[in-house]
Write a protein that binds this ligand. Structure first.
Ligand SMILES: Nc1ncnc2c1ncn2[C@@H]1O[C@H](COP(=O)(O)OP(=O)(O)OP(=O)(O)O)[C@@H](O)[C@H]1O
Length: 290
């Protein structure tokens, strides 16, 4: 599903959560939505899912407004943290409700996922642990096969094997049934291998909207003898430097063209990638934002 957001503003009384967001997503991809605490991720996803109405601006999914538009919202699924959206009776009952609500529901797949996440069908969702409730949210989110599926920090409380099972299932099901998926997360290093495009918002504004590879290409680590690293990186944007005895490693932000690469090789310096998490920190601190 295609998403077009134009000059989007959301105010809660005195707080401006979204401050003129504009972007377009072609759809049919897995998008990562990143931002610091309170940056507006949940607010944005809530508006996309029509849980909330914006203060100003427009949101269109496949060209149509979403708010109070049942034909569109039945095809949009937002799974919030701890899966509270499925907090209805037993696990089985929650699945029946989802089946009733979701035109693209796959019951066999839902049962398969319940086994993967070791969820007992007769267990009341309210009496589940936080991690089990999150996993329940994942089951409903995936088996809904909604053309626009959004997970808002859905992993809360899920242990490492459960989170891995979630990422594996998501990728496999997305390959088999391509759709538009948006994942909001703070576990950047863990989840970012899934992202094809990344959106970073900060204080309600869009800071980055790029393909993952393009974003990662803006960070380079430069490693070698400390003095040479210092000379080479002079005038560049250095995000951080680590020293280990006589060796230093500097994280540099910015394009690394042929010329720079050649100079680095001549100076005997080693170039490597920078983690998305480090780029994120840079882009969402006061210094980086400038
Ligand atoms: N119901 C509400 N009433 C008033 N202010 C709110 C409400 N919900 C969110 N806010 C405010 O809106 C801003 C954006 O919050 P939002 O939950 O969208 O951020 P977030 O990026 O999802 O944060 P986090 O990563 O901490 O979950 C924050 O300043 C928050 O305090």
């Amino acid at each position: 599903m295609r998403i077009d957001v134009q000059d989007l503003v959301l105010r809660y009384d005195t707080v401006t959560a979204l401050d003129g967001l504009t972007f377009g997503l072609a759809g049919g991809k897995i998008y990562g939505l990143l931002g610091r605490n309170g940056s507006g991720k949940t607010s944005l996803l809530s508006i996309l899912a029509a849980f909330r109405r914006q203060t100003a601006g427009s949101v269109r999914v496949d060209g149509r407004p979403v708010f109070e538009n049942g034909a569109v919202t039945s095809r949009i699924s937002l799974i919030r943290e701890s899966g509270e959206a499925v907090d209805i009776g037993t696990a089985e009952e929650a699945l029946s409700y989802a089946e009733w609500l979701r035109p693209d529901w796959d019951g066999d797949y839902a049962r398969e996922l319940m086994e993967t996440f070791r969820i007992e069908p007769k267990k009341n969702v309210r009496s589940m642990s936080r991690g089990q409730r999150s996993a329940m949210g994942v089951v409903v989110g995936l088996a809904s096969r909604a053309p626009l599926t959004m997970f808002d920090e859905t992993y809360l409380g899920m242990d490492v094997p459960a989170r891995r099972a979630f990422y594996d299932a998501l990728l496999a099901d997305y390959m088999a049934h391509p759709r538009t998926i948006i994942i909001s997360t703070h576990l950047i290093e863990e989840v970012s291998p899934l992202f094809e495009e990344v959106l970073i918002i900060d204080r309600g504004r869009l800071v980055v909207h790029e393909e993952t590879d393009a974003l990662l290409s803006r960070g380079t680590s430069v490693t070698g003898p400390a003095e040479r690293v210092e000379t080479f990186t002079e005038g560049m944007t250095v995000l951080a430097t680590e020293r280990l005895g006589p060796t230093a490693s500097a994280m540099v932000y910015g394009e690394f063209g042929e010329e720079r690469r050649k100079r680095a090789a001549e100076a005997g310096l080693e170039l490597g990638p920078v983690a998305m998490q480090d780029l994120f920190v840079h882009l969402t601190t006061a210094e980086g934002a400038r």
